[in-house]
Design a protein around this ligand. Structure first.
Ligand code: GMT
Length: 374
């Protein structure tokens, strides 16, 4: 198939899923065209069958706000026509599904099919915002196919918009050959003493991640079991987290690495992964941690219970209950046998349920179904 892919190219779960899916599909022989304003951040290698087309936005002086969506729609239409694309896959509803609808309307009878994958905040935050509600619902309804990354998000989308479309749930996935358990004592020593534990968090540090809870949970665990906290990523609330660690006098225990390209080299160093988010439609990064054999302590929210099995490969706590989550962390880190069992369970669940080898063919099948539909 010839597939156009549009996503946010900056660090974030939806961009990761779109990019990893595109790479896998290209490796499986499909022709994949990324149409974005900059190269997706995990797309750094030359891969056969994979193309990148940059969206240029005109900055005509009359425009107070350059109309990115319109430039994107024109680029999608241009690439679809030039390469005879079978379908456009829009990751994240706004504005990608809207631009895909416009591209399709421009091309009329020669248009490709449009599939929209909903990732989470496009429904729970952006789509729920009154100013975007109408266009979100419209763009989803106009898509030929709609997928969500969890059962939670499927239900939430239906409840929020009362949609008539059929929605296919295709869970997020991980390359379990790249995200693997690895002992790397030398690298571990760059972050922690031999008798210290390493806790980790990776995100875009937006308010939804509750970064202050991460510091509070870490502080409580560190009081009992000397540890280091490795923070990876950057975003609006990172400074809040670092400032709270200074208030607690633990700034030398919190290591902020900023954005990192190859998190698969860092995740296996962790003993525990923290994700106490306010909401999470899936929690892709939790899955990546699990694939590396790292148990997750997270909130019982959104789609996280579909990924982390409470008491088996991690713990799910009530939103904001830092005491509970730190207590579970201490219990697990203090019991080597149980920790090892959890590590095994993490890896097993990632391999058996969410391996890219199992999930990418589901997208392929769905593509075929939509492309063949009249
Ligand atoms: O978590 C973020 O803030 C990024 C966001 C995105 O759109 O890039 O992530 C969403 O999509 C991911 C991939 O499907 C999911 O794993 C995340 O759970 C979801 N985030 C939220 O629902 C808050």
């Amino acid at each position: 198939m010839r597939i156009g892919v549009t996503c946010y190219p900056v660090p974030g779960g939806s961009g990761v899923v779109a990019t990893e899916l595109g790479i896998d599909l290209a490796k499986r022989g499909h022709q994949v065209h990324f149409i974005t304003y900059s190269p997706p951040f995990r797309l750094q290698r030359f891969i056969e069958n994979l193309y990148y087309h940059q969206v240029e936005v005109s900055n005509y002086p009359l425009f107070k706000f350059p109309p990115y969506t319109l430039s994107l729609a024109c680029k999608m239409a241009e690439i679809a026509e030039l390469w005879s694309l079978d379908l456009l896959h829009a990751h994240y509803a706004i504005p990608h599904a809207t631009a895909a609808f416009l591209a399709k309307s421009i091309l009329k009878e020669h248009s490709p099919k449009v599939i929209t994958t909903l990732h989470g905040t496009d429904i729970t935050l952006v789509g729920a915002d009154q100013s975007f509600r109408g266009i979100t619902k419209f763009s989803i309804e106009e898509s030929d196919g709609v997928t969500t990354v969890s059962e939670f998000l499927k239900k939430r989308t239906r409840d929020e918009f009362g949609l008539k479309n059929e929605i296919e749930m295709i869970p997020n996935f991980v390359d379990t050959e790249r995200f693997i358990q690895r002992e790397d004592q030398a690298r571990r020593r760059q972050f922690a003493e031999d008798d210290e534990r390493i806790l980790m968090h990776i995100s875009n540090f937006r308010p939804v991640k509750r970064v202050e809870d991460i510091i509070k949970i870490f502080h409580l665990i560190d009081k009992k079991l000397s540890s280091k906290l490795v923070l990876i990523g950057d975003g609006p609330d990172l400074s809040k987290a670092l400032s709270l660690s200074r208030d607690f006098g633990i700034e030398d225990k919190v290591i902020s690495l900023g954005g990192q390209d190859y998190v698969e080299n860092l995740l296996p160093l962790a003993d525990l992964f923290l994700l106490p988010s306010d909401q999470e439609s899936f929690g892709l990064v939790a899955l990546e941690a699990m694939s590396c054999g790292v148990p997750v302590i997270a909130t019982k929210t959104g789609g996280l219970p579909e990924v982390v099995i409470d008491g088996e490969n991690g713990f799910l706590g009530p939103l904001g209950d830092v005491e509970f989550m730190s207590q579970k962390g201490i219990e697990l880190l203090s019991d080597e046998n149980r920790l090892n069992k959890f590590r095994e369970n993490c890896r097993k669940r990632a391999v058996e349920k969410f391996d890219s080898k199992l999930i990418v063919p589901k997208y392929e099948e769905y593509y075929k179904k939509i492309v063949d539909s009249r």
